[in-house]
Design a protein around this ligand. Structure first.
Ligand SMILES: NC(=O)c1ccc[n+]([C@@H]2O[C@H](COP(=O)([O-])OP(=O)(O)OC[C@H]3O[C@@H](n4cnc5c(N)ncnc54)[C@H](O)[C@@H]3O)[C@@H](O)[C@H]2O)c1
Length: 335
């Protein structure tokens, strides 16, 4: 079967395409390259197009004879969504409706959807799928709304769906072929690594007032290869007639910002330059997953999501890229 991956030139999309291909499916990528990269599409055809272009999505589904969609394209910065909510509702909600229109018009009814831990908001304990979601950002609201759309479409149009509630996705392809490449980079692990490699300014450490052991925010980091594997297992689960549900895709491990900095310093052998700043009022103190349901329903467990493994794979990706950029610059000035 062939699978259309929206956001297929992005971080999770490119790793998912590689995994989908490894499992013997065809993988085509649709992306407007706003944050993604053409060179990250290496495992199948590429269609440069926005997810609002329903007609072009329909053509892509037809041309590629796609039997399922993995919908990852989105704007994904919770903090930015507070400043420009309209943009987020447009891309993440209207864009998802357009993807669903294209699918249903072409009689494609199998969808793996990128949801987010942002739907949980501020938690007291670990996040469990049956907890009432209480998003505290427009970004989280868009993901929750889309999950509601999927449930309604299941009843009305027979949509078969899984909503993958990813926690903080990090790391890079262990074979070094692809990795994270955002501009600007909002994620903490790449920022600390790039700082240690000498190509990123001092990293702001927000906290001191989070009420956690070292004062900084606690998150749950999950390796992008584990996420890619979860996406393809979810697809197979739907094709086998499995239940349509949301599932947490995390490591279940609580990690503070200061623990990340120490792990990166150990891996790179360099001290990170940091600046302490107060936490943003909208940032949750603590978000950690309970991944029991993903194990029960999909038989999925993370394999590469220990902090040292995440940092090691991300470091080797960024070191190779930084080295290549320096070499290109050096050859330019020597000419
Ligand atoms: N990375 C994480 O930690 C994380 C956590 C939770 C949820 N998610 C979700 O996972 C999905 C993928 O995230 P990612 O980290 O790979 O982000 P990413 O920015 O690397 O990938 C998203 C891709 O979508 C593309 N895109 C954006 N708007 C588009 C549009 N209108 N039309 C077509 N393409 C468009 C971008 O160019 C990019 O390549 C997103 O839906 C995000 O909300 C990510």
């Amino acid at each position: 079967m062939n699978v259309l991956i929206t956001g297929g030139a992005g971080f999770i999309g490119s790793h998912t395409a590689k995994e989908i291909k490894r499992r013997g499916f065809g993988a085509a990528a649709v992306d407007n390259l706003k944050m993604g990269h053409r060179e990250a599409v290496r495992w199948g055809p590429f269609v440069e197009c926005g997810i609002h272009e329903t007609r072009r999505l329909r053509e892509a589904i037809r041309d590629f004879n796609a039997g399922a969609v993995i919908h990852l394209a989105a704007d994904a910065n919770a903090r930015e969504s507070v400043e420009i909510p309209r943009h987020y509702y447009d891309t993440n909600v209207a864009g998802t409706l357009s993807v669903l229109d294209a699918m249903l018009s072409e009689n494609v009814t199998t969808l793996v959807f990128a949801s987010s831990c942002s739907i949980y908001g501020n938690l007291k304990g670990v996040a469990i799928e049956k907890d009432p979601p209480l998003p505290i950002s427009p970004y989280g609201e868009t993901k929750l709304f889309c999950e509601k759309v999927l449930r309604s479409y299941e009843k009305a149009y027979g949509l078969r769906w899984m909503a993958m509630r990813y926690f903080n996705v990090a790391g890079a392809d262990p074979e070094g072929e692809i990795g994270e490449d955002h501009e600007p980079e909002a994620h903490i692990i790449p920022r600390v690594i790039l700082n240690c490699l000498g190509v990123h300014p001092p990293v702001e450490v927000l906290g001191g007032n989070h009420g956690t052991d070292d004062g900084t925010a606690i998150r749950d980091y999950v390796h992008v290869s584990d996420v890619a594997r979860a996406n393809s297992i979810a697809l197979q689960h739907l094709m086998n007639g499995g239940a349509c549900e949301p599932v947490n895709i995390g490591s279940g491990i609580a990690t503070s910002v200061r623990q990340i900095i120490r792990a990166v310093e150990r891996e790179t052998g360099t001290q990170a330059r940091t600046i302490d700043k107060p936490a943003h009022s909208g940032d949750p103190n603590w978000i950690v997953s309970d991944i029991t349901r993903a194990r029960e329903l999909l038989g999925w467990v993370p394999r590469d999501s220990s902090l040292p493994r995440i940092v090691e794979t991300a470091h080797s990706w960024f070191r190779a890229r930084t080295g290549a950029a320096e070499a290109a610059y050096a050859s330019q000035i020597s000419r």
